[in-house]
Ligand binder design. Sequence first.
Ligand code: PAF
Length: 282
Amino acid sequence: MTELVHTRADLARFRSAYPGTVAVVMTMGALHEGHETLLRAARERADHVIVTIFVNPLQFGPTEDFDRYPRTLETDLEVCRRAGADLVFAPAVADMYPGGAPAVRVNPGPLGEDLEGASRPGFFHGVLTVVLKLLQLTRPDLAFFGEKDYQQLTLVRRMCRDLDVPVEVVGVPTVRERDGLALSSRNRYLSTAERAVALSLSRALAAGVAAAGEGHDAAAVLTAAQAAFGVGGSGARLDYLVLTDPDLEPGPVRGPARLLVAAWVGETRLIDNAPVQLDPAG
Ligand code: PAF
């Protein structure tokens, strides 16, 4: 049985009745198979699973798609039921931010200004602020996040470590369509032609992973990924394609690494990433 609550008082009432291990899966709704995989992973590890559904205005820039962001509560609830969630917390903006937009926000540090943060100023301040609030409200033992939003996952881990938030952050691998496209709530904005163009992202990652598998160094892996993306000619507008340390730390890359890509396809901004194993001797 999946209960739906909208207020923090109702959330607290259900939460305090849960014995054992509690997991949270935070979402902005528009749930797809990728979220369902997160929920099932949470279900396997925890006695109780709480899903939060909240389109967080703090993480949308003035020109971004807050109003356009899909709101599909009824179908989201079906996904939560199917995956065995115990509780769905879907607050209104006024419930999350009763005093209006908060003056005090979590500062993500330098990594928050890089990659996604470079294109979306204030984005990670908004993400980490709502994640911290939702962690306080749900008080989970475990919090599950998709690797699809790899920089977000890295920053959430870092916030919990740096601010001593007592929760285990669990990353769950990206779910893909058969042709490689990473599942994302934003894929629904793509036309058929744009969807074909969007494959440049996963194609670039696959080429990078393959080049690393053949023993190529970091520079050659990046070149292979760029060529497969079709820089300048794929129809997608590349924002970044980078090969970094798996913790997104600056410095030389060798051994386990992460290849990350972001690009515009028409009006839609897509991101993707993959683990890459480079020669540790580099
Ligand atoms: O990944 C998302 O859907 C959001 O950034 C999150 C973590 C739910 C915070 O609003």
